[in-house]
Design a protein around this ligand. Structure first.
Ligand code: CA
Length: 223
């Protein structure tokens, strides 16, 4: 899952980014409103963490512009303490959630998980596909109760597919959601990852849809 962080406070943005990286998110960061708006406008994110007080363009204007232009990714705004007007204006501008500064990182991560889950149409924090279970809280993957050890990159890929279970996901889409903007992307490596994950899961849930991509699905006759 790929997240954009727009925050001009360097130490706070560093802290947020590190926590996200530790939780296996792919992260892009912008330190002013213009860059933040541009990235959110041109790159596909699974969620955005947006500070409201930003240089060049403020968070509320960015959000309004994104929404007016049909950008629907979930956005969590960061608001100043005790400013109820910030919260109201943020939500009215199209935010899906808000968090008041200062906050505990665990709360940020929990809210982010919920946002991403809901926007993908998943209501439970345990994502399931047949015998495959992915716990978005702990990052644990099991197959029929057996723990499966995945590398960070394999986990990112499986997590994206699990969030979009049943849908056909192209290699390009996967590439865009498991690498940050600075990464030298090569969609051929996706196939390598998929094959490794298939071997580790040892059940047939990731299907190749010729010419289109991959589909995560469990059907009894694939057992
Ligand atoms: Ca700020």
């Amino acid at each position: 899952m790929r997240v954009l962080v727009v925050e001009d406070d360097e130490s706070l943005s560093e802290q947020i980014c590190q926590s996200l990286l530790d939780a296996d998110y792919v992260v892009d960061v912008a330190h002013d409103g213009e860059e933040g708006h541009f990235l959110g406008d041109t790159e596909p994110y699974d969620a955005v963490i947006l500070d409201l007080g930003l240089p060049v363009m403020d968070g509320r204007s960015i959000l309004k512009k994104w929404r007016a232009d049909g950008r629907t990714m979930p956005v969590m705004v960061l608001t100043a303490r005790d400013s109820w007007t910030d919260k109201v204006e943020g939500l009215d501008a199209g935010a899906d959630d808000y968090l008041t500064k200062p906050f505990i990182v665990e709360e940020l991560l929990a809210r982010l998980r919920a946002l991403i889950r809901r926007s993908a149409g998943q209501s439970s924090s345990q994502l399931e596909c047949g015998p495959v279970l992915l716990d978005t809280r702990s990052g644990r993957v099991t197959v029929g109760g057996r723990a499966v050890k995945l590398t960070a990159q394999e986990f990112k890929l499986l997590s994206y597919l699990m969030h979009h279970s049943g849908k056909v996901v192209s290699r390009t889409e996967l590439t865009e959601h498991i690498y940050d903007q600075d990464f030298d992307r090569d969609s051929n490596t996706i196939e390598v990852f998929v094959n490794r994950i298939r071997k580790k899961l040892n059940v047939s849930v990731i299907h190749t849809v010729r010419g289109l991509g991959y589909q995560l699905e469990w059907t009894e006759d694939t057992a």
